[in-house]
Design a protein around this ligand. Structure first.
Ligand SMILES: Nc1ncnc2c1ncn2[C@@H]1O[C@H](COP(=O)(O)OP(=O)(O)OP(=O)(O)O)[C@@H](O)[C@H]1O
Ligand SMILES: [Mg+2]
Length: 462
């Protein structure tokens, strides 16, 4: 019976072990017995249990049960532990609860009491897990709102996500490393009707070929050396939900054939198995390689390429949407300071300008790392250029200066300079949607000197 719940009983007294084994087996549990802490730990290392019942005082060791409890806290913190104590030792029972036991039971106890306590412990544990899953789900939900970016390019991606989230079609997400492909995949799942079902991500590049196959499709016991029991593949785990095949360009050709079959038939066959299992999974993939070119050159099956690429979404590199940089920067400053328990930080206009000018080969991830480092190193209450890595400072100083030539007839310098300033100030205002604070940052001016110029040129009339 695969769904039988497993209980580990730890007691140094043979008669007590026997009684518990009979009572719990009759109640429908699969019971494993251990006579001391080491034996219990050995079982716990090998298999998962739904609950552990342990005696406190074993083999002259008053703390044996407590030792097992700490071991469990470290190695399998979600396994509920019921501590069995001698009659009258309520203080130690309380101490056990304080150290993480889910319940205690005093000897002697009735059979009904045991059954009830074990059942309750497992239910309580399941509830806890559900809550955790829910919280994770909510945290992920935050990911969509956390997809920062007001630039037209990012807005286009967001519109696309909303439009296709609920379709069954495959989506291929491409874009440079660190551009936000995984974020897009999660958003697609979150906004779909599948949101309550699993989102399973797997990096096809990080796993050896033989393992990848059994990870994706599962295997039967004995299919290969080391396959000691049946294992469900991720396609089965993701049933009803979404699977995200990251770095799909790294998938070996042999597996590409199998994946194509899964996509065509909506069924998976585990390694070493003969029967196919029906699955209902939305398939998303991502790559930073040029799959089309790879498929033309034979590095990727072209039939699979077309099958995966029904809806392509391109996440543009950060350098093509510099308007997102100030927003992302503020977002990262906020998240990093709150993660480090610091006060929110300001950033100097010059530092913001340096960030906005850098081409960001590592994209949003690199920006996040740079801000994390700057926040960690910063000692005053404002991020300055000095807090940024050297390569950024150098790149900023290499920005081309305008090199006008003086016409032979001469110019009106005052007027030309004014025109030049007005043109750039107007652009900065438009780009920052008329936020003077942000416009000043874009221009490397203080808010005051921007106001002065607005007045001077009569740009502040509305
Ligand atoms: N628009 C965005 N708003 C906020 N955070 C973002 C945005 N885009 C990316 N990030 C953050 O940048 C980091 C990199 O994003 P992600 O992992 O999605 O990139 P990727 O394209 O999958 O990269 P790789 O190709 O290296 O796997 C993540 O921490 C992600 O949360
Ligand atoms: Mg990724």
């Amino acid at each position: 019976m695969a769904n039988q719940q497993r209980v580990l009983v730890v007691d140094d007294e043979t008669s007590m072990r026997e009684v518990l084994e009979i009572v719990l087996t009759n109640a429908g549990y699969s019971v494993t017995l251990a006579g001391d802490v080491d034996e219990a730990a050995a079982h716990l290392e090998r298999e998962q249990f739904d609950a552990v019942m342990t005696d406190l005082f074993m083999l002259n060791d008053r703390q044996a049960g407590m030792r097992l409890l700490s071991w469990l806290q470290e190695h399998a913190a979600t396994t509920p532990v019921i501590m069995m104590t001698a009659h009258g030792s309520i203080e130690t029972a309380v101490e056990a609860m304080r150290r993480g036991a889910i319940d205690y039971i005093q000897k002697p106890f009735s059979n009904d009491e045991i059954r009830l306590r074990v059942k309750r412990a497992i239910e309580q544990r399941n509830l806890l897990r559900e809550n955790q899953a829910l919280r994770k789900e909510q945290a992920r939900h935050g990911d969509i709102e956390n997809m920062i970016g007001k630039s037209p390019a990012t807005q286009e991606v967001l519109t696309m996500i909303r439009r296709v989230a609920n379709l069954p079609s495959t989506v291929a997400i491409h874009g440079e490393s660190g551009a936000g492909k995984e974020l897009v995949a999660r958003a697609l799942h979150q906004l779909s009707d599948r949101a309550k079902k699993p989102f399973v991500a797997i990096n096809c590049g990080g796993i050896p070929e033989s393992l990848l196959e059994s990870e994706l499709f599962g295997h039967k016991k004995g299919a290969f050396t080391g396959a000691v029991e049946d294992k469900e593949g991720l396609f089965v785990v993701a049933d009803g939900g979404t699977i995200f095949l990251d770095e799909i360009g790294e998938m070996p050709l042999m597996l590409q054939v199998k994946l194509l079959r899964v996509l065509d038939n909506s069924t998976v066959t585990p390694v070493g198995g003969t029967t196919a299992v029906k699955v209902n999974v939305r398939v998303l993939s991502a790559t930073n390689r040029d799959l089309k070119k790879m498929s033309e050159d034979g590095g990727f099956r072209s039939d699979l390429y077309y099958r995966l690429n029904v809806i392509p979404i391109h996440v543009p590199p950060l350098r093509q949407r510099p308007d997102d940089i100030p927003l992302l920067t503020r977002h990262f400053i906020r998240t990093m300071t709150s993660k480090m328990g610091l006060k929110d930080l300001d950033i100097s206009a010059e530092a913001m300008q340096t960030l906005s000018r850098y081409p960001w080969p590592g994209n949003v991830r690199e920006l996040g790392n740079v801000i994390e480092r700057a926040v960690a190193l910063n000692t005053v209450d404002r991020l300055e250029v000095a807090d940024l890595p050297q390569q950024l400072r150098e790149a900023a100083s290499q920005v081309k200066k305008p090199s006008p030539t003086l016409p032979s007839e001469g110019i009106d310098l005052e007027q030309q300079t004014a025109d030049f300033e007005i043109a750039l100030i107007t652009q900065a205002l438009e780009r920052s949607r008329y936020s003077q604070k942000r416009a000043a940052e874009l221009l490397g001016l203080s808010a005051r000197s921007l106001r002065y110029r607005l007045q001077k040129y009569g740009l502040d009339e509305n």
